[in-house]
Design a protein around this ligand. Structure first.
Ligand code: PHE
Length: 446
């Protein structure tokens, strides 16, 4: 006998879990480094536009499809369009979950080890912050060890089940993370020389933009909102039909965007004030933030709490990535939750090993980049935008915008989807993604 499918215990539980999925390393680690490598303010503006006209409609759409079918990412497409190949969109999502979590867990492991480095005092004033970071990620064993610990915790929570495992931690995490980020912002913007960083972050120079960076903004928007890979479909599937979708979606998108924008104010003024390079790449947050903590009274304490919170934020995202794969195996193949969590968790851990090693311990390149960067490129430039594009075509034209809109509007919340939604999901979203993907990929490979 199969246990009945779980449902979120309350409306708040869903918002918390979905916001927990959205807010993670993407808002702090990834957001700051892609803004830094793509020239700053102009990229941020494109990112915000993408969030509004693609991110929000996609969030509503994915949650609605999941709630309608009460199925995993693949099962949802099978249920809404039986005997068609549309389930492949869900399969792409499951693949993306695999790919993303493998390197995501490696970065989460960095955050965990930075918690201990901060406490241990190796990141105090005058430390060689860049050197510590490069030393850490390019060593063979330590990052893999923390990656293993992080994956073990992730699969433990997922094995325990959706409601118990997921919604608890987020309640404390979100407010605490907000408070700490604000403290960081205050220190960062008052450092002498911070002005240049604020200008970099706020004063756009559109001649910096390339198609490649616009595709990067679309990819980052999908990544940070956990879209384009069936994650919000899966989380939506645990919503009851009485719950509201358009309002909840607005909360999730708003919270996630706020955290990213605030994180930028914590990082960029300090980057310039302390003489770091905004284009430093994947290390930007790990190099800059410890340097800001070193400038704060009781910096060790703040630093330790921050990296702890970042680790927990990463955890609530990681569990949503694993849940996409696990829910599929439970629904479609009757695997037990424990079996699915353990086997998939282990496989993802294994894929993360070469990703971690490729950052310096061994040389392992694919398409001219370290394997780690290749996995990130694959999800950002191909898997998530393509998943989003196909999901929009499905909701707008196959299942039809009319049905999706009505399925979303079952409650009398503040936001009601109108004909503007139809226009966005049928035309604006798919065409915009298609154009950006086409030119972005040409740009990348030429
Ligand atoms: N949104 C998460 C973050 O910003 C990452 C993530 C992507 C989670 C895709 C689930 C699905 O850290």
């Amino acid at each position: 006998m199969k246990a009945p499918r779980e449902l979120w215990t309350s409306k708040v539980a869903f918002i918390l879990a979905a916001a927990g999925s959205a807010v993670g390393l993407g808002n702090i680690w990834r957001f700051s480094y892609v803004v830094g490598t793509n020239g700053g303010a102009a990229f941020v503006i494109i990112y915000l536009i993408v969030i509004a006209i693609i991110g929000y409609p996609m969030m509503v759409t994915e949650v609605t499809l999941g709630r309608k079918a009460h199925k995993n990412a693949i099962g949802t497409f099978k249920a809404l369009a039986p005997n068609t190949p549309w389930w492949i969109v869900g399969a792409l999502g499951v693949l993306a979950g695999f790919v993303i979590l493998s390197f995501y867990s490696v970065v989460a492991g960095w955050a965990v080890s930075y918690f201990f480095k901060t406490i241990g005092g190796s990141l105090g004033a005058g430390a060689d912050f860049g050197g510590v970071f490069v030393g850490h990620i390019s060593s063979a064993w330590t990052p893999i060890l923390w990656h293993a610990v992080f994956m073990a915790v992730t699969l433990g929570i997922i094995a325990a089940g959706v409601v118990k495992g997921i919604s608890r931690s987020v309640r404390i995490l979100m407010p605490a993370l907000f408070v700490l980020l604000i403290i960081l912002v205050l220190r960062s913007i008052t450092l002498p020389g911070a002005g240049a960083g604020i200008a970099f972050y706020l004063r756009p120079n559109f001649s910096d933009l390339t198609w490649q960076s616009i595709l990067g903004a679309v990819g980052q928007a999908f990544f940070t909102l956990s879209l384009g890979m069936g994650c919000m479909i899966t989380y939506g599937s645990y919503l009851s039909d009485k719950d509201d979708v358009p309002d909840n979606a607005a909360w999730i998108v708003g919270l996630d965007t706020a955290v990213a924008i605030i994180a930028g104010f914590a990082i960029f003024p300090a980057v310039f004030a302390l003489g770091f390079d905004p284009g430093a790449g994947a290390g930007l947050a790990f190099i800059t933030l410890p340097a800001v903590f070193a400038e704060l009274p009781a910096g060790v304490l703040f630093g330790a709490v921050f990296f702890l919170l970042l680790s927990v934020a990463a955890l609530t995202s990681a569990i949503s990535l694993l849940e996409v794969v696990v829910a599929w195996l439970i629904d479609e193949y009757n695997w037990t939750r424990t079996k699915a969590s353990v086997i998939i968790g282990l496989l993802i851990f294994l894929l993360g090993i070469p990703a971690s090693l490729s950052l310096g311990a061994v040389s392992f390149n694919i398409a001219g980049m370290p394997f780690f960067d290749f996995l990130d490129f694959l999800q950002e430039s191909i898997l998530l935008p393509l998943g989003g594009l196909l999901t929009a075509v499905f909701a707008g034209h196959v299942w039809t915008a009319n049905k999706t809109r009505e399925a979303a509007n079952t409650n009398r919340g503040k936001i009601q989807l109108g004909s503007w939604y139809d226009v966005l999901i049928k035309y604006v979203v798919p065409i915009a993604i298609a154009v950006v993907m086409l030119f972005g990929l040409i740009d990348t490979f030429s």
